[in-house]
Design a protein around this ligand. Structure first.
Ligand code: NAP
Length: 473
């Protein structure tokens, strides 16, 4: 099956059911070491993950690592321009969960970006970037600890799809003429608008399925968070781009109310119906009142207090959301993108999970990472329904390669995301605890050491990994 790699002789495959991983106690996990500083970062990361799993499960669970190749290292093994060999693609599909270091974007050789190629080939439609503050990390903000958000960014659509035509190209001109002469005049709402003939043209497709599968994942993640963090904000610029960004918001709400509200109703109704005091001869509302003394449907007095616009909505959801029940549920709201940028700085604690289209999410995830201390510590994951890849968000930083000095935090925290995705929360918590304690004590690599006041002596990359492990307890 494989040309140049051999899977470990022990371990079992992770499989996916309904988009969720089924993880055995001894999973086989492929890893891509990465180019440039990958030679420093990956060994440090593997040590930390293995130590956390050992400390948390005392041998009951362990990972069988499977080395696969991509980037420059793949070319050394497989030949010129073999940046992404078939062996690697097969292993990623077969074993479900992969973790990787940074990869050089090849110059020449026909691949635009290995990272983008991996996402597209495996339909990894959700790019997930958590941004949370570890006390002690130098930050340009006064209260960085108030920001604790997860950004769910759609990965496969929007202008990132890269369907565009250069200004002056033959097809670009044909398209502009078609729009100016036929399509725009046939759409009265566009009035006399015209596209300048010297314009480049890009296409921004936002689909219902693409939007809803992303929002579904964001809501499912919110359901696993503590109650006060169960807020999903749909980020969009729907006031200007109604049929793309606005549609993303509408489809997001449609999904939330159809798939997730139904679950609430069913759960609550089934509780009432399964209660032995339930009387089959009277209505659901009457039953609810008798079984739960606190239960109260919308009274005429309450109806008078609320404006007519929301009355219907409240009536519809009162059984499942009234009497403060909403506080235990996921709150789905929406915000205009530019306002989110502002409020992440001024009122960061009002946000938890942000569901975004591709371009908005691109900007927002780097902006949020900057608030909590920069990209050196920002992890990421790309998740689909049948596989997931966890990765550093920074590049290969070639000038630091092989010097054992770079910060391995980004890939180590990607490992935390991977463990959480696998349901190995105890091991993930140990790494978060160890990382937080190391940073708080000023045991950090050069990039953070140079920014801390007063300055501290930097640790090597491998020493930072040791410091994290030392602070597990
Ligand atoms: P980069 O590799 O991210 O490095 C830029 C600078 O960021 C470094 O010089 C360093 O700054 C800082 N930095 C990067 N990683 C760090 C870490 N782990 N700890 C602390 N500081 C870190 O960006 P680049 O030089 O533009 O790109 C180099 C290659 O990486 C390119 O081929 C690019 O395409 C590729 N790339 C890959 C990915 C990916 O695999 N996900 C992402 C982005 C770029 P100082 O020197 O000032 O300390």
């Amino acid at each position: 099956m494989y040309e140049k790699i051999t899977p470990p002789s022990t371990g079992t495959k992770i499989t996916f059911t309904n988009g969720e991983p089924i993880v055995p106690d001894n999973p086989i996990i492929p890893f891509i070491r990465g180019d440039g500083t990958g030679v420093d970062i990956w060994p440090a990361t593997q040590k930390v993950i293995d130590a956390a799993v050992q400390s948390a499960y005392h041998g009951q669970r362990q990972i069988s690592w499977f080395k696969v190749y991509a980037g420059d290292e793949a070319c050394e093994q497989y030949g010129t321009y073999q940046y992404l060999p078939q062996d690697t693609l097969t292993a990623i599909k077969e074993y479900g969960i992969t973790i990787k270091g940074p990869l050089t974007t090849p110059v020449g050789g026909g691949i635009r970006s290995l990272n983008v190629a991996l996402r597209q080939i495996n339909d990894l439609y959700a790019c997930v970037r958590p941004c949370r503050y570890y006390p002690g990390t130098p930050s340009p903000h006064k209260y960085p600890e108030k920001l604790d958000v997860l950004i769910y960014r759609e990965n496969t659509e929007d202008i990132y799809l890269g369907i565009e035509w250069r200004c002056g190209s033959e097809i670009g001109e044909r398209l502009i003429n078609l729009l100016n002469n036929e399509l725009i005049p046939a759409t009265p709402e566009h009035g006399n608008k015209r596209i300048p003939l010297d314009a480049g043209i890009g296409i921004k497709p936002i689909s219902k399925n693409g939007s809803q599968r992303l929002v579904r994942r964001a809501i499912k993640h919110a359901l696993r968070l503590p109650t006060q963090k169960q807020i999903v904000t749909l980020v969009h610029k729907g006031n200007i781009m109604k049929y793309t960004e606005g549609a993303f918001r509408d489809w997001g709400y449609e999904l939330a109310t159809s798939e997730f509200r139904l679950e609430c109703v069913t759960e609550r109704e089934s509780w009432i119906l399964s209660n032995k005091e339930h009387d089959p001869d009277i209505s659901f509302e009457e039953n609810a009142r008798q079984i739960e003394p606190g239960y109260n449907a919308l009274t005429p007095q309450k109806q008078a207090e609320i404006c007519r616009e929301v009355e219907g909505v409240l009536n519809n959801i009162w059984t499942t959301h009234g009497n403060g029940q909403w506080k235990d549920k996921v709150m789905v709201n929406d915000r205009i993108a530019d306002s989110v940028f502002q409020q992440l700085q001024t009122r960061p604690d009002e946000y938890s999970v942000l569901a975004t289209m591709n371009l908005n999410g691109d900007y927002l995830s780097d902006a949020a990472a900057a608030i909590v201390g920069g990209l050196g510590m920002a992890p990421g994951a790309n998740i689909g329904d049948e596989c997931a890849i966890f990765e550093a968000t920074h590049g290969t930083a070639p000038k630091h390669a092989g010097l054992d000095r770079i910060n391995p935090g980004s890939v180590i925290l990607s490992g935390v995301m991977m463990l959480e995705f696998m349901g190995w929360q105890e091991a993930a918590d140990l790494i978060k605890q160890g990382t937080g304690a190391a940073i708080a004590k000023g045991e950090v690599t050069y990039d953070l050491a140079r920014l801390i006041e007063p300055p501290v002596e930097p640790l090597k990359c491998s020493e930072f990994a040791q410091a994290i492990i030392k602070h597990f307890n």
